[in-house]
Write a protein that binds this ligand. Structure first.
Ligand code: NAP
Length: 305
């Protein structure tokens, strides 16, 4: 039986794997996509990972993965379809009918930003369409952008971008905001933020790069970039009824990754936290496997080993 099975090969899962190998734990990483590195692969530039300025997300993911491969981490390329608690550990069932058992699980399957789901979106991802202002905002210095949505993320991102960009449109389908009133007020006071309310984007348009958005009312706004802030969706469908989730579906856990279930740990974007970034995912992975090592050590003492 493995000491730990890590679900997800993004920065959180791979950091957990490296720390696990160094701690001499018997571990494996399960990944759905062959040689996956998670959401990071889609980021055109990760300018905020310490020591590697300007690196693109794909290359950073590759470096993380190579690091894990060099440490001899075993990868299992399967989709997990069920997770079951068993005496002394956990059993994972895969899509092909096979299964694997481990004393502990680290769940690091990530979260996906909700897409706008309108024509042109996929075409302009990385060429004008982004889902993270902290990650990609710097590319739009002095330019015109729009933020879509009316939650805390949208308002925060509009404020953040207003310090970088010449002009920021905040496009929201209602006239009321879900985001904190105080921040909405702050945004209203910013001379370079223009509220476009009661509107949604109908289409992303451009040539090689995004140049405008067409709105449902028929008008268009010319711009260089759009930040979709329609919230994110944690990949936790499999965990319903197994561990405690918050109202948005994130696994409830602190930095140590311990969940409501003994022997089940969580790391990365799928955990309840305020800042979902590569650096916090990596840190979560290291913390979660450290909790695993402690859990196994205490279990071993309890077993009289
Ligand atoms: P959110 O609260 O779910 O807001 C998503 C926004 O996107 C809503 O305004 C929603 O419109 C809009 N939206 C979603 N789908 C849409 C569609 N298809 N077309 C048009 N509009 C659409 O997500 P979030 O802002 O990422 O926040 C998630 C959680 O994190 C919240 O609990 C939030 O408070 C928290 N958070 C807190 C902070 C902070 O405290 N500083 C920062 C970020 C996030 P409607 O309003 O019309 O539904």
């Amino acid at each position: 039986m493995l000491d730990a099975i890590i679900i997800g090969s993004g920065p959180a899962g791979l950091a957990a794997a490296i720390y696990g190998k160094r701690a001499n734990l018997n571990i494996a990483v399960v990944e759905k996509e062959y040689e996956g590195t998670g959401q990071i692969a889609e980021s055109s530039c990760v300018d905020n990972y310490l020591g590697l300025p300007g690196i693109n997300g794909y290359d950073l993911g590759e470096q993380f993965r190579n690091h894990a491969v060099d440490f001899g981490v075993d990868f299992i390329e399967h989709e997990v379809v069920a997770i079951e608690k068993q005496p002394g550990g956990w059993k994972l069932a895969f899509e092909d009918g096979s299964s694997k058992e481990a004393r502990t699980v680290i769940y690091a399957a990530g979260a996906q930003p909700r897409k706008a789901d309108v024509p042109g979106e996929d075409r302009y991802i990385g060429k004008g369409v982004s889902y993270c202002a902290i990650c990609d905002g710097a590319f739009y210095k002095g330019k015109t952008v729009a933020v879509l949505g009316g939650g805390d993320t949208a308002v925060d991102e509009a404020l953040y971008l207003s310090d970088l960009c010449e002009k920021v449109y905040l496009i929201h389908r209602r006239t009321e905001f879900r985001g904190a009133a105080q921040c909405v007020e702050q945004a209203r006071k910013k001379a370079n933020i223009e509220f476009v309310l009661g509107e949604t984007v109908k289409e992303f348009v451009g040539g090689e790069k995004l140049t405008a958005v067409r709105l449902n009312s028929g008008t268009s706004i010319e711009l260089n970039g759009v930040f979709v802030a329609y919230g994110s969706k944690p990949q936790t469908e499999l965990l319903r009824g197994i561990v405690a989730l918050d109202d948005s579906g994130y696994v409830v856990a602190n930095e140590d990754g311990r969940t409501s279930q003994e022997g089940f740990f969580v790391a990365g974007d799928v955990r309840t936290k305020t800042l979902r970034q590569v650096v916090t995912a990596v840190s979560d992975g290291a913390n979660a496997i450290t909790s695993v090592a402690e859990y196994i050590k205490i279990g071993a003492i309890g077993d009289g080993v």
